[in-house]
Design a protein around this ligand. Structure first.
Ligand SMILES: N[C@@H](CCC(=O)N[C@@H](CS)C(=O)NCC(=O)O)C(=O)O
Length: 212
């Protein structure tokens, strides 16, 4: 198999590319990389991504880092899916949400993940209340943006699923565990339930938490 995804499956950023690969029906080989054991710091991995971060895609002699770029690449392999819309306006609406995810949504969700999940997992001490408050403030600003959009359209960039949904929903793949405050957002919850009902979500979930 020539397409490889180098991932640490428990991470939401790994979940994102795994969910995308399954939803788009792209064949891949999962190459586990554990950053907790220095797996992203080896010379081989550093040659693939000088940032020493996963996920990384390798396809024959091509490699790519940044999870949202990987999602776009996977969608480009399946143009008939329409997940990266052919029309310029539709495509830019979808890509806009990927930029929003990288710039705003992922950093806010990552605070909850780190404080409430990662610290426990790696015995890094108690959650920091000041950090959780920073997360709460960011989430209070971003939640209404997402919820408002999902009140207007079935999917994030319109009536059909696109790379926007593939990129934004995975930050919520451990929402309960991370105690993210999603209760007040009914449209977000409706959309998340729809994403969770997809077989691809279940397949990525099985890789994220094999024992769950
Ligand atoms: N913006 C990047 C973020 C990637 C990232 O931060 N990956 C983390 C794990 S979730 C990582 O590999 N960290 C390893 C380290 O910091 O040593 C993306 O979306 O791909």
């Amino acid at each position: 198999m020539s397409l490889k995804l180098h991932v640490f499956p428990p991470s939401p950023r790994a979940f994102k590319v795994l969910f995308a690969a399954h939803q788009l029906d792209v064949d891949y080989e999962l190459v586990p990389v554990n950053f907790a054991n220095g797996g992203t710091k080896t010379p081989g991995f550093t040659a693939l991504n000088p940032n020493q971060r996963m996920p990384v895609l390798e396809h024959d002699d091509f490699s790519l880092w940044e999870s949202n770029a990987i999602v776009q690449y996977l969608a480009s392999l399946k143009p008939e899916s329409g997940y990266l819309p052919a029309d310029l306006n539709g495509r830019m609406q979808a890509i806009k949400w990927q930029f929003w995810e990288s710039s705003h949504w992922d950093p806010a969700c990552a605070i909850y993940m780190f404080e409430n999940v990662v610290k426990k997992l790696f015995s890094l001490g108690e959650p920091n209340p000041a950090e959780l408050e920073r997360g709460r403030q960011l989430f209070a600003r971003l939640g209404p943006v997402l919820d408002g959009q999902l009140g207007r359209t079935a999917c994030l960039a319109g009536p059909r699923m696109t790379v926007a949904d593939l990129s934004v929903a995975p930050s919520l793949s451990s929402a309960e565990l991370a105690q993210m405050p999603i209760a007040d957002y009914p449209n977000l919850q409706r959309w998340l339930a729809e994403m969770q009902a997809l077989p691809a979500w279940g397949q990525a979930r099985a890789l994220q938490r094999p024992a769950a």
